[in-house]
Write a protein that binds this ligand. Structure first.
Ligand SMILES: Cc1cc2nc3c(=O)[nH]c(=O)nc-3n(C[C@H](O)[C@H](O)[C@H](O)COP(=O)(O)OP(=O)(O)OC[C@H]3O[C@@H](n4cnc5c(N)ncnc54)[C@H](O)[C@@H]3O)c2cc1C
Ligand code: SF4
Length: 335
């Protein structure tokens, strides 16, 4: 590991000022991703700004404003605490399921909301500093494009980068129309819709998100919804535990009689950002909630898929996973 300066900080504002002055500084939260990457020499910050002791921990219902009855989660709430919080379990069980599908108990005890959002891709070429990687070192090429790309994207990729976003939690958050609250260097707070927080790679794959220099995630808000009774997070992976998603689906429905009033479908392991299957949602809106319609919606969701050499199986897998997740959600989220 390379030498770096360690800066403790007493406020979001102070942390933000350091980031603004030093573009090679990085925030340190739980450290479960950043420190691994530094040990592998992939991330090379010359300064770590330790925000882990800032007062950004509180899971609470929102009272007042447009999001009354929704939920606010602090950027430094540990993933374990969020997943197990009674307000989350009762009102947003999709989020609990998604968090608990990720990593291990030990890692979730350290990992934070802000760190989870900003964790970096698990593309093996990104981790291997002997390989070309536009995300790690812009302009060097993409080792995965001509290499082994079984785990890579089928939506929204560019020839510059075909990596996928690794988080499980974020797939539930995009399905639930969450909002990311970020604070900038002048202290102002900006709301970013979750679907606009992460980026597609385009010609700047080194940039994972739409944060401006010096901006820090301070909280996530989830609007009130009626999905608690019918939601399900399905994660398909090579091992039963301790593995990232090959593909995942977050599904949530609100029904009236046998008809679908509202539906949310989001996918993980398919794109550089958490992927909302909006065409499938539009298709299902107002329709009868049955397997036939779910299958048609799943076909619609995968219509625009552009698989690579080694991941064509993700198209059929995606269809089946969407149908299964929706069926499980209709069954109250029970397996
Ligand atoms: C073995 C292993 C298995 C895993 N399996 C899974 C899995 O199956 N599913 C899954 O979803 N995840 C998995 N993870 C990833 C894990 O969820 C992340 O490492 C964790 O969520 C990162 O949180 P952290 O607080 O430790 O972040 P850190 O490592 O501290 O930070 C990560 C990044 O986020 C930035 N950052 C942190 N906080 C903020 C903030 N408030 N604002 C802006 N930027 C910020 C940091 O600067 C850094 O760039 C796994 C990790 C490991 C090591
Ligand atoms: S897919 Fe992206 S992260 Fe992986 S090697 Fe290519 S540029 Fe790097």
């Amino acid at each position: 590991m390379r030498p770096f300066k360690y800066s403790g900080t007493g406020s979001v504002n102070a942390a933000s000022q350091i980031l603004a002055v030093n573009p090679n500084a990085k925030l340190l939260a739980g450290g479960t991703n950043l420190l691994d990457l530094m040990k592998e020499d992939v991330e090379r910050p010359d300064e770590l700004v330790d925000i882990s002791r800032l007062n950004l921990t509180s899971v609470k219902m929102i009272s007042g404003g447009v999001n009354t009855g929704g939920l606010s989660i602090g950027a430094l709430d540990k993933n374990t605490d969020t997943a197990n919080h009674p307000l989350v379990r009762q009102n947003f069980p999709l989020l609990t399921q998604a968090i608990l599908a990720g990593a291990s108990a030990q890692i979730r005890n350290m990992a934070t909301t802000g760190g989870n959002l900003n964790q970096r891709t698990r593309c093996p070429y990104f981790y291997d500093i002997a390989m070309p990687c536009n995300k790690r070192q812009p302009g060097t090429g993409c080792g995965a494009f001509e290499g082994v790309n079984r785990n890579h994207a089928i939506f929204g990729w560019s020839e510059n980068c075909i990596a996928v976003h690794p988080s499980d939690m974020c797939i539930a958050l995009v399905a639930l129309d969450a909002i990311v609250k970020v604070q900038g260097i002048d202290g102002t707070v900006r709301n970013i819709p979750f679907s606009g927080y992460h980026r597609l790679p385009g010609d700047m794959p080194q940039k994972d998100n739409n944060l401006n220099p010096g901006e820090i995630v301070i909280a996530i808000e989830i609007p009130k919804n009626n999905f608690a009774g019918k939601s399900y997070y399905l994660k398909v992976r090579d091992r039963a535990s301790y593995a990232f998603a090959l593909l995942s689906v977050a599904a949530a429905l609100e029904t009236e009689g046998n008809k679908i009033k509202q539906v949310r479908i989001a996918m993980g392991g398919v794109a550089h950002k958490p992927w909302r299957a909006t065409e499938a949602e539009n298709f299902l809106s107002g329709k009868i909630a049955d397997e036939k319609n779910f299958k048609e919606a799943a076909d619609t969701a995968m219509l625009m898929a552009k698989p690579l050499e080694h991941n064509q199986f993700k198209v059929e897998l995606g269809k089946r996973a969407i149908v299964r997740a929706l069926m499980q959600a209709m069954n109250g989220g029970r397996i």
